[in-house]
Write a protein that binds this ligand. Structure first.
Ligand code: GLU
Length: 489
C-alpha cells in the first residue's frame, strides 16, 4: 500500500512569518491537499535565545489569514493546536542517549572559551572552521555543562535525491561533529527536526534551499537511528527584483504586513504559488481549488523566484475587482475608518460608503488605497484643494473655460433628478449647444467637483456627491477662476 503524503510546516518562532516562510507552508499544504494527504504545523521553538515573543502567534495568524489549515495536533481544549517542540524535550533527550549508547554520539566537555580559541586559531590559519573532535574518542561521561555531539563519518560521501534538484552529494570530511543536545537539555534543530519528522511519519520535506547543506547531516542521522528518510524537495530561493535576497528593502517582508496593507488572502496565495511553481508559461490567475488541483513537485523550478511587487499589485487589483460589492464593502470599511483623515465624521455613513465603493472598486490595487486622497478623498472631505490652472482647458483658454463652467452650473441647477443618466444627457446636449469637445467640458467639471484629473466616471461621481456638493464645488471653481485672472494670466 502506498503510504499517504504527510507534510509539515516547521517554523522557528524567531520573528514574524516572512514571505519565503509562508511560501514553504503553502507548498506543503498544497501537496497535502492535492494528494488528500495530511498537513501538520510544528513550532520548532528549541532555540530559546532566538525565540521572539509573539512570533508563534504571528505565524498562526498568517496561516489562518491565508486559509492554510492543519489536520492534527495536540488538543488545546476543543481546537487542536500545532505541535511545540519545547513540550517534547524528554523525547529528544532519550534519542540523544540512544545514539550515545550506540556509539554514534559522544559527550563533549569543551568550554565555550576553548571553542572560541579553537575557532580563532582556525580562522588565523585560514582553515575551515568546525569542531576539532577533541572529545570524540575520550569516552567521557555526562557532567554538568556537557553537550552531546554526533560522530560524523570521517570519510566517504553522503548523497540523496532531491525532488527538485536531482542527486546531491556532500563529502563527509567537510561535515562537522555537530551538537545534538545542548547543555541546557534542549535539542538542536537537527536532532529535534529528524526525530519529529520520523515520529510524525513525515513523507516529504519541502523546505527552503537554505536548508540544503543541513540535509546530509539529517540523512546520516536517519541512518544512525535506522529511520527511513523522507523525500526531500528544496524550494528555490526568493529574490527581490534587483536579484538580491528578499529583504525589507523590497517592501513588506512579514506576511501580516500585506494583510495590513490591504492585500487579499486569495491574491497572496496565488502570488506565493507562482514563486517557484508554474503550470505553464502563461497562466497567472489561479483560484485555491485550481492550485490544489494542479500543484505538483515536478513543476517546481530550480531557478530562483523573483518577487515582483508590481505583479503583486496588479494581481490584487484583479482579485479586488472580482469581489462581490458587499464583500468589498465589508473588507474596505475598516480601511476607510482608519485611513480617512480625522476630520471626516465617524462612524462613516454606511449608505454613503456603499454608493462610493462601486466607483472605487475599479481603481484600487489594495484595500488601504480606498482611503487615499487620490481615490476617495474628494468623496469624504469637506474641502478639496487643487491648483486653479488644472481647471483651464489649454485649447479653449481661460475665458471660455469660465464661460462653459458658468453655463453648465446654471443648467445643472435646473436638473431635478441628479442621477448619472440625466446628468449625462444634459451635459452631452450642452456640448453640442456650446460647441466644445466632450473632454473639454467634462475635464473642467471633473476638476471642479473632485480637484483631480483622473477619477471614476464623472456622471456617477457627481451623482454620488449629490447636487448640493457638486454645485457648491462648481461655484468654488468659478470663484477660483475669477481670482486667478488678474495675477496669473
Ligand atoms: N525550523 C526550521 C525553519 O525555521 C525548519 C526547517 C525544515 O523545514 O527542516 O525553517
Amino acid at each position: 500500500m502506498i503510504s499517504p503524503v504527510r507534510v509539515r510546516y516547521a517554523p522557528s518562532p524567531t520573528g514574524l512569518p516572512h514571505v519565503g516562510n509562508i511560501r514553504t507552508a503553502f507548498f506543503n499544504w498544497l501537496l497535502a491537499r492535492h494528494t488528500c494527504g495530511q498537513f501538520i504545523v510544528r513550532i520548532e521553538d528549541t532555540d530559546v535565545a532566538r525565540t521572539v515573543p509573539g512570533a508563534t502567534e504571528g505565524i498562526l495568524e498568517g496561516l489562518k489569514w491565508l486559509g492554510i489549515d492543519w489536520d492534527e495536533g495536540p488538543n488545546n481544549g476543543g481546537d487542536f493546536g500545532p505541535y511545540f517542540q519545547s513540550q517534547r524535550l524528554d523525547i529528544y533527550q532519550k534519542m540523544a542517549q540512544q545514539l550515545i549508547s550506540q556509539g554514534q554520539a559522544y559527550y563533549c566537555h569543551c568550554s565555550s572559551q576553548r571553542l572560541e580559541q579553537m575557532r580563532a586559531a582556525q580562522i588565523a590559519d585560514k582553515k575551515p572552521t568546525g569542531y576539532d573532535r577533541h572529545c570524540r574518542d575520550a569516552e567521557l561521561d555526562y557532567t554538568k555543562g556537557a553537550v552531546i555531539r554526533f560522530k560524523m563519518p570521517l570519510d566517504g560521501s553522503t548523497s540523496f535525491n532531491d525532488s527538485i534538484r536531482g542527486k546531491v552529494t556532500f563529502e563527509n570530511a567537510n561535515l562537522d561533529d555537530f551538537v545534538l543536545l545542548k547543555s541546557d537539555g534542549y535539542p538542536t534543530y537537527h536532532l529535534a527536526n529528524i526525530v519529529d519528522d520520523n515520529l510524525m511519519r513525515i513523507s516529504h520535506v519541502l523546505r527552503a534551499e537554505e536548508w540544503l547543506s543541513s540535509t546530509p547531516k539529517h540523512i546520516l542521522l536517519y541512518a544512525a537511528f535506522g529511520y527511513p528518510a523522507p523525500v526531500f524537495a528544496h524550494l528555490p530561493i526568493i529574490l527581490g527584483s534587483d536579484r538580491s535576497k528578499l529583504s525589507k528593502r523590497h517592501g513588506a517582508v512579514s506576511i501580516l504586513d500585506y494583510k495590513e496593507q490591504g492585500y487579499l488572502p486569495e491574491t497572496m496565495i496565488n502570488f506565493l504559488a507562482l514563486l517557484g511553481w508554474a503550470l505553464d508559461d502563461k497562466s497567472e490567475i489561479f483560484s485555491r481549488e485550481e492550485l490544489i488541483q494542479n500543484f505538483s513537485l515536478e513543476r517546481i523550478s530550480q531557478t530562483s523566484a523573483i518577487f515582483n511587487k508590481e505583479k503583486l499589485d496588479w494581481m490584487n487589483g484583479v482579485y479586488i475587482r472580482k469581489l462581490p460589492l458587499p464583500e468589498f464593502a465589508r473588507l474596505s470599511l475598516p480601511f476607510l475608518e482608519n485611513g480617512l483623515p480625522s476630520n471626516v465624521k465617524r462612524p462613516l455613513n454606511t449608505n454613503y460608503v456603499e454608493k462610493v465603493l462601486p466607483l472605487v472598486q475599479e481603481r484600487v490595487k489594495t484595500l488601504s488605497e480606498t482611503a487615499t486622497a487620490e481615490i476617495s478623498g474628494f468623496f469624504f472631505g469637506e474641502n478639496i484643494e487643487y491648483d486653479t490652472s488644472l481647471l483651464i482647458d489649454k485649447k479653449i483658454g481661460y475665458q471660455k473655460t469660465l464661460d462653459i463652467l458658468q453655463i453648465a452650473r446654471a443648467k445643472l441647477d435646473e436638473l431635478e433628478t441628479f442621477e448619472a443618466p440625466a446628468l449625462e444627457l444634459l451635459l452631452r446636449n450642452l456640448i453640442e449647444e456650446i460647441g466644445v469637445k466632450a473632454g473639454q467640458l467634462f475635464g473642467t467639471l471633473r476638476t471642479a467637483v473632485t480637484g483631480l484629473t483622473a477619477t471614476p466616471p464623472l456622471f456617477q461621481t457627481m451623482e454620488v456627491l449629490g447636487k448640493n456638493i457638486s454645485l457648491r464645488r462648481i461655484d468654488e471653481a468659478i470663484s477660483k477662476l475669477g481670482n486667478y485672472l488678474p495675477t496669473e494670466l
